[in-house]
Design a protein around this ligand. Structure first.
Ligand code: NAD
Ligand code: TYD
Length: 365
């Protein structure tokens, strides 16, 4: 159970980066519903593309506690006096270029946002931290949201944990690994109080439609081929976004400064089995004349495709008493229903991002 009263008392002002993205927007909804904290969200998406403002749920809970500013964190001069205005007790750093396929097509933005952007934020956080009163210094945290992909790829056995070696393989994971190293260096060298989490693949509402689960759902209902890379046997450990948010809040409340926590869903699936599960559920709740499975197409593999990710979450489970509480059966069904009820959101996101639903270079084997 999250102690929201304690959280609100401790973290009165919160700076969130990347809060218009998938996880960040779900995180902001949770904070607005359950805390009294002031939330300052910075994201490089334009106000026009502010996905939160599109969401009916947000309209009903929007309060004067929430402020948004369009800022590209890779541009030092854009960050400007944001720390003076937001005056944060904690920074949740979600902002990142986040899609492996996009990092293969055009890596430069990943270097800028994920490495330079994190560096700029660390510099500004340190300046801010040094000017805090001793009482506020005790509380302040820079919480970095990272990924299990920094540890590379697993074979059929074994798990990642906090002691795993860094062995990133894609431009995305290499840029996230760099950002992790910067965050750790700012803790060790400058004593900036940091917390870091490395989680497995998330799923849930408001995920961009070019990631696997939303892509399967939206391709299926639009009667388009569902492209599965290679032989479909690659494995991911799927974590429901609400479980991830519980973990992030738990770490913010109970985590030890300088520590890294791995967060997994205890829910490994091969891509093809996950795809079949979604098709079977769609056959039940949105039936068409043929099973959606007939749309599955195996396509050329992703270059350097990591075989398997899986997390051993023992540290956060034992030390901070977090564990995933949503069942896969319920969470995947809720996710599918959310997309079915928000097809206008999907169309809007695709249009605004020039995304046509197919990966560059996708073709049928
Ligand atoms: P997302 O792509 O949906 O959201 C990222 C947000 O960051 C976007 O709104 C984007 O506009 C913003 N952003 C990117 N570059 C920026 C910049 N230079 N300045 C300001 N804003 C910028 O991604 P997500 O899935 O919500 O992921 C959030 C974080 O969680 C990322 O750091 C990602 O590496 C990490 N993560 C995600 C997953 C997952 O499965 N989604 C798993 C592990 C870790
Ligand atoms: P993705 O959602 O891009 O997350 P990540 O690469 O960060 O794990 O992809 C999840 C898995 O699904 C990955 O093994 C690649 C695979 N995949 C497909 O088979 N087809 C697709 O259309 C996409 C987007 C991904």
């Amino acid at each position: 159970m999250i102690d929201y009263k304690y959280f609100s008392r401790r973290y009165k002002n919160i700076l969130i980066t990347g809060g218009l993205g998938f996880i960040g927007s779900n995180f902001i909804f949770r904070l607005l519903k359950n805390t009294t904290s002031n939330i300052f969200n910075i994201d490089k998406l334009s106000f026009k593309k502010n996905k939160l403002s599109l969401d009916n749920q947000f309209k009903t809970i929007s309060t004067s506690r929430y402020k948004f500013c369009k800022i590209d964190i890779s541009e030092k001069n854009e960050i400007g006096n944001i720390f003076d205005i937001a005056n944060p007790d904690i920074v949740f750093h979600f902002a990142a270029e986040s899609h492996v396929d996009r990092s293969i097509d055009s890596p430069e933005n990943f270097i800028k946002s994920n490495i330079n952007g994190t560096f700029n934020l660390l510099e500004e956080s340190l300046l801010h931290y040094r000017n805090l009163t001793p009482q506020r210094k005790e509380i302040f945290k820079f919480q970095h949201v990272s990924t299990d992909e920094v540890f590379g790829s697993l074979g059929v056995e074994g798990y990642f944990n906090e002691n795993s070696n860094y062995l990133p393989t894609s431009p995305y994971s290499a840029s996230k690994a760099s950002s992790d190293h910067l965050v750790k260096a700012w803790f060790h060298t400058f004593k900036l109080p940091i917390l870091m989490t490395n989680c497995s693949n998330n799923y849930g509402p408001r995920q961009f439609p070019d990631k696997l689960i939303p892509k399967i759902i939206t391709s299926a209902i639009n009667n388009q081929p569902i492209s599965i890379y290679g032989n479909g046997l690659n494995i991911r450990d799927w974590l429901y976004v609400e479980d991830h948010i519980n973990a992030l809040l738990t770490v913010a409340i109970k985590g030890i400064s300088g520590f890294q926590y791995c967060i997994g869903g205890d829910n490994e699936k091969s891509n093809i089995n996950l795809c079949k599960d979604i098709c079977n559920l769609l056959d039940e709740i949105y039936p068409k004349d043929k099973s959606y499975k007939s749309l599955i197409k195996f396509v050329d593999d992703r270059p350097g495709h990591d075989f398997r990710y899986s997390i051993d979450s023992t540290l956060i489970k034992n030390e901070l008493k977090w564990q995933p509480i949503y069942t896969y059966q319920k969470a995947i069904q809720d996710t599918i229903n959310w997309y079915l009820n928000n097809l206008d959101w999907v169309d809007y996101i695709k249009k605004e991002n020039g995304y046509d639903g197919q990966r560059l270079g996708d073709f049928q084997l």
